[in-house]
Write a protein that binds this ligand. Structure first.
Ligand code: 13P
Length: 258
């Protein structure tokens, strides 16, 4: 049971983005060692989303450890003539249990729409992966006062109809907070996560009650405990600070005494 009193198991996920070589395995092993040692009773799940090139190798080394693995994107189709793309089934085959879909960097760099994101989340479900569906407003949208409308609109358009708390996680990542060192205030996070929760419940009923809603965007060791204590924040999606095991574990420790 988290600080909110709800029976939701938190998730702290590290998105390595386009960072990491085989030599980075040591960071994942250090996370594993902590989870099997001093953090063995941690109530949160811990996940790393390395580049796809590393998933199979990490899976082989991590074995059945508590460190879960995720992809950072997938193609909607299970196979076919799509040069350079990776199917959800391939991620699953490599050892992933989840995949991030709709990250703002994918939406911006590759022009992904919410309809694309929904198709990718459906592909994740088809392959037996948890879909981590990312949503978030730009700075201009926040200044215009349209944060809740943007976020709820993205949610409605990006989430497959049959999403459940077991197969889907929502990640709220304000675009302006990613990689900038800026974060919304805890009150702002509470407002957005509360709106997401209300929309999930309206859309999915009890599944929406139990679905995890992660916060992402400049989560660091020194702000993690404050952000993770906000109502309806059920974990974190961490970028830069997930690359070093020591920083990532300091964030994970926000859940140590919850
Ligand atoms: P930073 O933690 O580097 O701001 O990145 C957040 C993010 O985009 C995670 O998906």
């Amino acid at each position: 049971m988290g600080k909110t009193g709800r029976e939701i198991r938190p998730l702290v996920a590290g998105n390595w983005k386009m960072n990491g070589l085989k030599a980075s395995l040591g960071e994942a092993m250090a996370v594993r060692d902590a989870l099997q040692g001093p953090l063995a009773s941690l109530p949160a799940e811990v996940m790393i989303a390395p580049p796809a090139t590393l998933i199979a190798g990490f899976a082989a080394e991590l074995g059945s450890s508590p460190v879960l693995l995720a992809g950072q994107d997938c193609h909607p189709k299970p196979s076919g003539a799509h040069t350079g793309d990776i199917a959800a089934e391939m991620l699953k085959d490599a050892g992933a249990s989840a995949v991030i879909v709709g990250h703002s960097e994918r939406r911006t760099d590759h022009g992904e729409t919410s309809a694309d994101v929904r198709a990718k989340a459906e592909a994740a479900h088809r392959a037996g992966l948890v879909a981590i569906v990312c949503i978030g407003e730009t700075h201009a949208e926040r200044l215009a006062g349209s944060t809740l409308a943007v976020v709820c609109g993205q949610l409605e358009e990006s989430m497959p109809e049959l999403s459940t708390a077991a197969n889907t996680v929502v990640a709220y990542e304000p675009v302006w907070a990613i990689g900038t060192g800026l974060t919304p205030s805890p009150d702002d996070v509470k407002d957005v996560h509360g709106a997401i929760r209300a929309r999930l419940v309206a859309q999915l009923g009890v599944e929406g009650e139990a679905m995890r809603i992660l916060y992402g965007g400049s989560v660091k060791p020194d702000n993690a405990a404050t952000l993770m204590a906000v109502e309806n924040v059920d974990g974190a999606l961490v970028g830069g600070a997930s690359l070093k095991a020591s920083d990532f574990l300091a964030i994970v420790r926000a859940y140590e005494n919850v």
